[in-house]
Every structure is written in C-alpha cells, then in structure tokens.
Design a binder for this molecule. Structure first.
Ligand code: GLV
Length: 317
C-alpha cells in the first residue's frame, strides 16, 4: 500500500476514503505544518496530498524524501508549489480543475454584488440598527447593462460569464488566446489589458498567478479603467499591487473592490480595512460541502491514477 502524507484535515468522508486506498499520515488536529515539518513528515511517503497553505518552494522540495514521487494539490491553483523544482526531482504535481468551477463562479458573483451594492456598509448599518431608509440611502451600482471585463477566460472565467449574462451584463474578456466562438458565447475579445480595462465597468480577475500576471493591477493599469469602476478578485492575491489599489480607491478612481484572496493570506493589507467600499471574504471560493468533497476525491483519484499508471491527466508540471 502506498504511503501518503495528507497535510491538512479533510472532510470526514474524504479522510475515510483516502485511508481505505492508502496507508495515510493524517493531520487530525489540522496543524499548519512548517516547511521543516513537511520535510520531516515526508520521510517514507510515496506521495503528498497537499493544500494551498503548504509552501512547497524550491528549498523545501529539494529536501523532500527521495521516496516522494507525487504532490497532489487539493486546489486548482498551484502557486504554492515550485513546479520546476518538482520536475527536476521527478516529482509529479497535480491539481483539481473543473470540480470547483461553479462554486468559485458563485463566490465571484457574491464579490461583484457585494462591491457594487455596498454590502459591507449595509451589513454594518443593519447590525448597529443606526439607519433610516431614505430614497438615497446606500445607493450602489446596478449590474444590468454594465460591462463586465473578465481577465482570464478559462473554465472559471467562462462560468462567471454565464452567471453574469443572467444579470444582463455585457461580457468582455482578455485571455492569452482568443476563444472559439462556441466558447465565447458572444463575449468580446481584447488582445491586451489596456483595451479590456478601458471598457470594464466591473473587472473580474480569474487568471492564474504567474510571473506575467503578478501585480497586473498596478498604478499604471488602474488608470486604464473608467473612473468609478469596480474590481473583484477570486483568483489569487498576487495579481494586485495593494498600495496602488488602496490609492485608487481612496481617490474614487475605483468605486469599490471585492476580494476573496490576498497577498500573504490570511493577512491582508491593513489599508483595506479603512475603506468602506471594500467587500472582503476569507478565501471561500470553493467552500461548499459538495465542492470540497469533490476536490478531495479528485486529489485522491489523481494519486491513485498516478500510482496505477505512472501518469495523471491532471499533472501540471
Ligand atoms: C482555491 O483557491 C484553489 O486554487 O483551489
């Protein structure tokens, strides 16, 4: 039986399943393992079922046990893992695409609605019972007819587009390559971010974190937006230069911001806390029972497929 280090606590049904198929080292107290501890615990393990909170950088990967042949990440994103370092050590890295697409698109709509309709301020007033209805109380921005720019039109971007169409939004997008018209479903392609941002009443960030997308929202690119635009990020915090964003919010270049992800999570730039038009969530994109169960099952299947066949369709390195 292959031995697997499971770095974080999974839902009960998933822990039962992974323990049936493999000889597991579970993390029953859901401790956040240090890199040193991950290295130590990898000893004798054939694989690691990791999570986005495990920082598997080059140094850590180089010290993992020689027995470790696969890191199955319990996430669609894999910015927490140095893919090249893993490849050099002949360690396969896999992810969990598709199964979290709808849940993440749903949370994106929550961010868009929360930012556009001033939900953070509304919640504060409602909790304090210090509000009085009036014709101009907490007036926000309506989605109907608004132009939604989608940065990254992969599976999640396209699922956001589908939901946003139901709200009457007009979809624009930028992607490394133009989609087929079947996948575009009428969305308007922009071959550069300046062109996309300049027509985005609302921008939804749905691209992966890469060297090219790091700080793609910065002091210069924020100026491309129409004044009063809304930005949401349900992908990774790396894409936003926080200081530039806080500055743009404070001078109302950007009307509101919706965030589910942050640079250096769980910390966020404290500058955001002083701005009332920021709607924030603690990385809940895939947080439904259905989706988390499916993600862990896929991470387990990836391990199983790899050990049975020597490959895996969800290998990313
Ligand atoms: C969640 O953020 C994921 O990448 O799965």
């Amino acid at each position: 039986m292959k031995k697997i280090l499971v770095t974080r606590k999974l839902l009960k049904s998933n822990e039962d399943r992974v323990s049936k198929i493999f000889d597991t080292k579970l993390n029953l107290n859901d401790e956040l393992y240090s890199q040193k501890k991950l290295i130590e615990l990898s000893k004798g393990c054939d694989g690691i079922l990791s999570s986005l909170t495990d920082k598997l950088d080059e140094q850590t990967i180089n010290q993992l046990s020689n027995t470790t042949k696969i890191i199955s990440n319990f996430a669609v994103g894999f910015g927490n893992i140095d893919l090249e370092a893993a490849k050099k050590r002949k360690i396969a890295v896999t992810n969990t695409p598709d199964v979290l697409t709808d849940a993440t698109a749903e949370i994106t709509m929550l961010l868009i609605l929360g930012a556009a309709r001033r939900a953070s301020e509304g919640i504060e007033h409602a909790k304090k019972s210090n509000w009085k209805w009036s014709a101009d109380f907490l007036i926000g921005k309506q989605l109907t007819g608004a132009r939604l720019g989608i940065l990254g039109m992969g599976r999640i971007g396209r699922a956001v587009a589908k939901l946003a169409r139901a709200f009457g939004m007009i979809i624009h997008y930028h992607n490394r390559s133009k989609l087929s018209s079947k996948l575009e479903m009428g969305a308007i392609y922009h071959d550069n971010i300046k062109s996309l941002f300049s027509v985005s009443d609302i921008l939804s960030i749905n691209c992966p974190a890469t060297k090219e997308t790091e700080n793609i929202i910065n002091a210069e690119s924020l100026e491309y937006f129409p004044t009063g635009a809304i930005i949401t990020n349900s992908a990774r915090g790396d894409m936003i230069d926080d200081e530039a964003m806080i500055n743009a919010l404070s001078r109302r270049k950007i009307y509101a911001l919706g965030l589910d992800v942050y640079k250096g999570e769980p910390k966020l730039n404290p500058g955001y806390l002083n701005i009332k038009d920021v709607f924030i969530l603690p990385h809940l994109g895939s947080a439904t029972k259905q989706t988390r169960t499916a993600m862990a099952n896929l991470a387990i299947n990836n391990l199983d497929e790899f050990f049975k066949t020597g490959r895996c369709k969800n290998k990313v390195n």
